[in-house]
Design a protein around this ligand. Structure first.
Ligand SMILES: NC(=O)c1ccc[n+]([C@@H]2O[C@H](COP(=O)([O-])OP(=O)(O)OC[C@H]3O[C@@H](n4cnc5c(N)ncnc54)[C@H](OP(=O)(O)O)[C@@H]3O)[C@@H](O)[C@H]2O)c1
Length: 252
């Protein structure tokens, strides 16, 4: 087998910031060849210049965009792993006043985006006895006020991962669900809170050592590094200060 066929190759969605960006760096450092996907090309280009990763612009809510990216990246090499990071939250409204469009955005991006890209890459991944990773959330395990929409989409991602694992039993693929708690990334809360930096900062205020994107990237790297027959089905990773979605220790 040619040297470049032996080198493991991962596709990371949501690679232009936060957990996805950190995962690209972590996997590249671990010797993986990495393909970074997201919508913002200038950020992908900078990451590529820094790490040597390949990149393709890809909107996971678009059938045409995902089909084009998958065609190009599978023509360029094998796929040993897909890390589904693209996603996020929008709004914190209670259910009685929640905005339909915000929930629709969350379902389109987190759930259908993960479905769309996973479906398209599954055959290539199975050719390599590879892995599908879903970055869900502790929000998919426990609900909190103002989280009806986001908790719902993260629960749906967890269900997708579980069903896929059941359906593929005996097939050469493993399905890994990593559920982070509070991760302090630059854009997650800012986007959720419609660009209100003060409100975004308050999410992490006084929390000693919230998780970082690098913490979750390390969980992804470790899970993928296990022997192919070992499936880390589900991993919950929280900061020590956060014992549940609603109980967080703060110094202020
Ligand atoms: N931060 C947390 O506390 C936390 C906790 C648990 C789980 N998570 C989950 O972890 C994942 C990453 O979160 P993060 O904190 O790293 O957030 P982030 O920094 O906001 O990253 C979100 C990523 O998704 C991409 N994205 C958004 N819409 C997209 C679309 N339509 N097509 C393609 N890519 C799209 C964004 O890139 P472009 O805008 O360039 O497309 C960006 O790279 C999300 O699924 C989030 O729900 C986060």
């Amino acid at each position: 087998m040619a040297e470049d066929q032996k080198r493991r190759r991962a596709v990371v969605t949501g690679a232009s910031s936060g957990i996805g960006e950190a995962t690209v760096r972590s996997l590249v450092s671990d010797g993986w060849s990495v393909v970074a996907l997201a919508r913002r090309e200038e950020r992908l280009k900078a990451l590529s210049e820094e790490t040597g990763c390949e990149y393709f612009v890809c909107d996971v809510t678009s059938e045409d965009s995902t089909a084009a990216a998958v065609e190009k990246l599978t023509a360029a090499g094998p796929v040993d792993a897909l890390v589904n990071c693209a996603g996020g939250a929008l709004g914190t409204d209670h259910v009685d006043v929640a905005k339909i469009d915000e929930w629709r955005w969350m379902y389109e991006t987190n759930v259908l985006g993960t479905l769309r890209i996973t479906q398209k890459l599954l055959p290539a991944i199975k050719e390599r006895e590879g892995s599908v990773v879903v970055i869900s959330s502790t929000a998919g395990i426990e609900t909190y006020p103002g989280g009806g929409g986001y908790c719902g989409v993260k629960a749906a991602e967890k269900a997708l991962a579980r069903a896929l694992r059941l359906e593929q039993v005996g097939e050469p693929v493993r399905v890994i669900d990593i559920a982070p708690g509070l991760v302090k990334t630059a854009e997650f809360s800012l986007n959720r809170l419609h660009g209100d930096q003060k409100a975004a900062d308050a999410v992490y205020a006084g929390v000693p050592n919230p998780l970082t994107g690098e913490d979750i990237a390390e969980a992804v790297r470790w899970a993928l590094d296990q022997p192919a027959a070992v499936d880390i089905d589900e991993m919950v990773v929280r900061p020590r200060a956060q014992v549940s979605s609603t109980q967080v220790y703060r110094t202020e």
